[in-house]
Each structure stands twice: as structure tokens, then as C-alpha cells.
Design a protein around this ligand. Structure first.
Ligand code: FES
Ligand SMILES: [Fe+2]
Length: 383
């Protein structure tokens, strides 16, 4: 692709910002749901970490009990950044006047005053740690999580590479573009070289996903009719698992993709892959090298999407055609995460596929594998 084209002009960014979800006061609204904050090993015990997400500064720290905590970082007292403070056991002490907070955001100690003002608290986020990733529950209404994300069963189990091969990048766009890309069937061939034959999108509540297969013209262009089988599930607005297997490949892969908005036009995006192969053919070192190579190839493929996202205009009423994929439905589904809970009508996101549900994709691996097996091209036997 041409290198001379820069990212969007200020005027295009301005136009895009006119159509992002906003609160009544005009400030950007960020999605309700679980958002990744980083890989587990980025948060060492006793070391506060500063991160800018959801349009604000956050402080994230792991206490001596091993739990990760996340709070709005500016001290309610005189506004110092709590990430410059000190972890004391499971508490966090501000560097400025040593007010001390617990993980719920409550000030529990002021060294020079016995009476703690009742409003001396900062906002805290519910944090969970799965698959060696740390996630926070973000909700503009500050309610408790209304859905959970199950850990990946395969992670850290026998046969799979031990830990994520991974990358992280910063992208100048709104998260709506990343989510929309997952159902944008029409871009798979021109951008990714993937010629989709079967496409089964499914939806339910906070989850959406798809089962698909087709021939891949780039991953193994020299193998005739080589098929790539993909099963993918989004858990809410920003955390996805994708299982991939390919006829010609000697290993299966599972991909984690997750993202978190930094501000109204910037997000951070994480990618992790684990792979599994026949141990009689692959030593653990060979498998790690394969996963690393796969990670690099995925990065290159992903950057082709990023190139488009960072330059495009968001069209609120796009001119769609019959085989574009369920982009309009995806937009309605995604809008639930930017809508007050009381107004969300989940019935419109129910599955409309008679044969498959999101739960088949999530829980019935045998059925998925049988469908993929049935779709495989017949082997040509030569005498
Ligand atoms: S600003 Fe944090 S204790 Fe004063
Ligand atoms: Fe894509």
C-alpha cells in the first residue's frame, strides 16, 4: 500500500468525532464491559503503574495478596497522581501528603488528621485476571459487571505453547472500527486474502461470533483448495477469542485480541497467540518458533486493517450491499455497550440462525470440529 498517505487529516478526525457515542454533556462515552489493561506480568507486586484509558489517568497496582487493583489516579485531596505513590501491603499511599487508599478507592488513613472526610475516595474498578491478562470493568453508570468472561480452557494446558506470543500497538481510531471489522465479510479477500465460502454469524446478549471457512490465498497459496477454519467469539465490546485451523498447517492456533480506548480517537490493542501441534513432529522449541512466526505474520496482516482504519471516514449510514456481512446488525449490537442498562433491549440481538448458536461456538467444540471436518475437500487418492 502507498506509503505517501498519512493518517487522517485533522478535518477527517473532526468529522469522525461528530459521530462517536457521547454523554449528554458532550464528552465521549466509553463502552460498558471488560477491557484489557495489560498482560499480567506488567503489574509487579508493590509497583504502581500509570495508564491512560477511558479518557483519564488510572493507577493500577498489585498488592501483597496478589490481587490487582485499579482506580482513578488523581488523589481526591489536592490532585496528585497516585501512580507516583507507594504500595503499602494492599494499600496505596499518595506521594504528596501520604493519604492512603484501599483497593475500593476509600481513603483509610491521613497521617496528620484522625477524622477522614467521608467523600475522601476515588473511583475504583472491578478487576479480574484471566489467561495472564488483567481486565477492568468499565461502566459509565458505575454498576457491577453484568456479564463474565470465562478463561480460555486451553490456556496453559498440555500440548499448547506455554504463554502468549504477543504484541501490542497503539491505533489512532475509535474501537467501533475494530469491532465492525469482525463482521466485515467483504474485506476478507481484498485485505487478508481469505476467500470465504461459509459464514455463520451468531449473536446473543453480550456475545457475538462467527463460524467460517474458506480458502486462503496467502497463508498457503501453493496448496490447492487449502482451507482455513475460523471460530471466533467476542465477549462484550473489547475481548475476543479466535480458534483457527488450516488443512495444510501442522498446528492449530488460538488468538486473543483485546483493546481499550485511551481517548476518543486512540486505542491500545493487544494480540496474543498460542499454538498446538503433534508433539511427535514438533519439539517445544520448534513450536515456540512456529508461534513466533505466526505472531509476526498476524501482525503484518493486522497492520493492513490498521492502515485502513487510521485513514477512513466513519459512515453512519453506509451504502451497503447484500453480501457485505451483518454490519448494520453489528452496529445495533455494539450500541448496547454505549446505552444505559435500563434501556438495553437484548431481544434484538438474539440469534437468528436456526442451526447454530453462540453457545455451540463456545461450548460444543466437538460439533464445530465435525462441521469443519465435513467441509474439508475430499482427498485425491493417486494410485
Ligand atoms: S494530593 Fe494526595 S495526599 Fe494530598
Ligand atoms: Fe480485518
Amino acid at each position: 500500500m502507498a506509503d505517501d498517505l498519512k493518517q487522517s487529516s485533522a478535518a477527517t478526525v473532526q468529522r469522525n468525532l461528530l459521530t462517536i457515542p457521547r454523554l449528554p454533556d458532550g464528552s465521549p462515552r466509553y463502552a460498558r464491559g471488560w477491557h484489557m489493561l495489560g498482560w499480567s506480568d506488567e503489574f509487579e507486586t508493590g509497583k504502581p503503574v500509570a495508564r491512560d484509558y477511558f479518557g483519564q489517568r488510572l493507577v493500577i497496582y498489585r498488592g501483597e495478596d496478589g490481587q490487582v487493583r485499579c482506580m482513578d489516579a488523581f488523589c481526591p485531596h489536592l490532585g496528585a497522581d497516585l501512580s507516583a505513590g507507594t504500595v503499602k501491603g494492599n494499600l496505596l499511599q499518595c506521594a504528596f501528603h501520604n493519604w492512603t487508599y484501599d483497593g475500593s478507592g476509600q481513603c483509610v488513613k491521613i497521617p496528620y488528621c484522625e477524622k477522614i472526610p467521608p467523600k475522601a475516595r476515588t473511583r475504583a474498578y472491578v478487576v479480574k485476571e484471566i489467561n495472564e491478562t488483567v481486565l477492568a470493568w468499565h461502566d459509565h453508570e458505575q454498576g457491577p459487571p453484568d456479564f463474565d468472561i470465562l478463561p480460555l480452557e486451553e490456556y496453559a494446558t498440555a500440548g499448547w505453547t506455554k504463554a502468549w506470543h504477543r504484541f501490542k500497538i497503539t491505533i489512532k481510531t475509535h474501537p467501533r472500527e475494530v469491532m465492525e471489522n469482525t463482521v466485515d465479510k467483504g474485506h476478507l479477500l481484498p485485505i487478508h486474502g481469505y476467500n470465504v465460502e461459509t459464514w455463520l454469524p451468531v449473536w446473543n446478549g453480550h456475545m457475538c461470533g462467527e463460524l467460517m471457512w474458506g480458502t486462503h490465498t496467502r497463508l498457503a497459496a501453493d496448496v490447492q483448495d487449502d482451507k482455513l477454519y475460523v471460530r471466533s467469539i467476542s465477549h462484550g465490546p473489547a475481548y475476543q477469542y479466535t480458534w483457527q485451523t488450516q488443512d495444510s498447517a501442522q498446528f492449530d492456533s488460538i488468538i486473543l485480541t483485546a483493546w481499550c480506548p485511551v481517548d476518543e480517537n486512540t486505542l491500545e490493542y493487544w494480540f496474543g497467540v498460542i499454538v498446538k501441534a503433534d508433539p511427535r513432529q514438533f519439539t517445544p522449541e520448534m513450536l515456540d518458533a512456529a508461534a513466533q512466526g505466526y505472531c509476526k505474520a498476524s501482525y503484518d496482516a493486522f497492520m493492513e486493517d490498521v492502515y485502513i482504519w487510521e485513514r477512513k471516514l466513519y459512515r453512519p449510514t453506509p451504502m451497503l450491499c447484500a453480501n457485505d456481512g451483518p454490519i448494520a446488525k453489528l452496529r445495533r449490537w455494539y450500541a448496547q455497550f454505549y446505552t444505559d442498562r435500563a434501556e438495553v433491549d437484548n431481544s434484538q440481538y438474539r440469534n437468528n440462525n436456526q442451526d447454530w448458536t453462540i453457545y455451540d461456538l463456545r461450548d460444543r467444540q466437538a460439533r464445530v470440529l465435525a462441521a469443519q471436518e465435513a467441509a474439508k475437500p475430499a482427498k485425491t487418492v493417486t494410485a
